[in-house]
Design a protein around this ligand. Structure first.
Ligand SMILES: [Zn+2]
Length: 149
């Protein structure tokens, strides 16, 4: 039984690979022919499921943030400077600075930046800092503050 199922799955996989282009072209044509209908359906679906969609997007974003922060923390997400563990205030810091410039170069910020890090397979040069330590680092690095007034 299980063996038969494996055979069927292998056949289906092979069939899909062999007919991929034709299937994609057919799907593309269907989308072109039914553009208005699809738009109406999507609009209706969105209106009826707004709350669930919004929850889904929020959860997905949060999960990704936790995943990225966990990676750069080598485990439980925490600030690399003071050890703060409240995920709400943890941020990804560009170790060598120029975070704004880099984000502009790749055209990503916020959740899209976390997705970018995930897609790039977690490149080096980043660390987790809490908002306080991050801004403290910025002020110190760029000498934005005065000890005396
Ligand atoms: Zn900190």
């Amino acid at each position: 039984m299980a063996r038969n199922q494996e055979k069927i799955q292998a056949y289906q996989k092979k069939y899909r690979a062999e007919h991929k282009e034709a299937k994609n072209a057919k799907a593309k044509q269907y989308r072109l022919d039914n553009r208005e209908g699809i738009r109406m359906y999507n609009k209706k679906y969105y209106t009826e499921n707004k709350e669930a969609i919004s929850q889904y997007i929020k959860k997905r974003g949060w999960r990704l943030k936790v995943e990225v922060l966990s990676y750069y923390s080598n485990g439980t997400p925490k600030c690399n400077s003071c050890g703060e563990e409240d995920i709400k205030v943890l941020q990804i810091d560009h170790v060598k600075g120029n975070g704004n410039k880099h984000r502009k170069t790749i055209g990503r910020s916020g959740a899209a930046f976390y997705r970018w890090l995930d897609k790039q397979n977690y490149p080096g040069g980043f660390q987790v800092l809490c908002a306080n330590c991050n801004i403290r680092k910025l002020y110190t690095e760029y000498d934005f503050y005065c000890d005396e007034i």
